[in-house]
Design a protein. Structure first.
Length: 201
């Protein structure tokens, strides 16, 4: 085989690789959903409305496409503004500064959140899955801690293990787990255990 033919073959191979890289690396946000498998976003739900003081939530999804890495892309209404991160786990909690920035940009404005699953083949990203939802931040605060029961599931189990039910008082702006303020109750308790004005339990 002459050097000329070898050069032509090498050029064609490199050109094909370049096209693949460009297609996957630049044009992936525009890939139609029918081209990729649809992953399932467990949380948050589509059209979620977050209170302005809420701490960073954990995005969770399920992907059966074979992907082992994911890109999360936040697209805001302001032109040329976006946040993009990469993770190797099917859950991701934004750092405080990232989340505060996202909330500020989505105050009474919808933003698109797209999760793309991929795996690298010979060093090239091959996108396999995609799902887009929208989120928004409200101007209305919760304005108070939330008192709730932490009930183990399924319900049939909880009925027979009432002592495992924990009562918590949580501030949604805190990154720490809500503290337990009541536990080891051997009888059923619910919202009707409060007086009408909420002063007594």
């Amino acid at each position: 085989m002459s050097n000329r033919i070898k050069f032509i073959i090498l050029f064609i191979v490199l050109f094909i690789i370049l096209i693949i890289v460009l297609f996957n690396g630049i044009f992936y946000p525009f890939l139609p959903d029918s081209f990729l498998k649809e992953l399932s976003i467990i949380y948050p739900f589509d059209d979620s409305l977050f209170p302005p003081e809420i701490a960073s939530p954990t995005f969770r999804w399920d992907d059966k496409s074979g992907a082992n890495s994911w890109i999360l892309r936040f697209e805001f209404q302001e032109p040329n503004e976006l946040i993009e991160v990469q993770t190797s786990s099917m859950e991701w909690t934004p750092k405080r500064d990232i989340w505060e920035s996202a909330k500020e940009r989505t105050l009474e404005k919808r933003a698109k959140v797209t999760i793309l699953g991929f795996k690298k083949i010979v060093g090239v990203k091959r996108f396999l899955s995609k799902k887009t939802i929208s989120i928004k931040t409200s101007i209305d605060e919760v304005g108070a801690p939330i008192f709730y029961r932490d009930v183990p599931l399924p319900f049939e189990y909880a009925v027979d293990h009432k002592d495992e039910i924990k009562w918590r008082l949580g501030d949604i702006s805190s990154d720490e787990p809500p503290p337990v303020i009541l536990e080891n109750m051997t009888v059923c308790g619910n919202c009707h255990s409060f007086t009408a004005d909420g002063n007594y339990l």
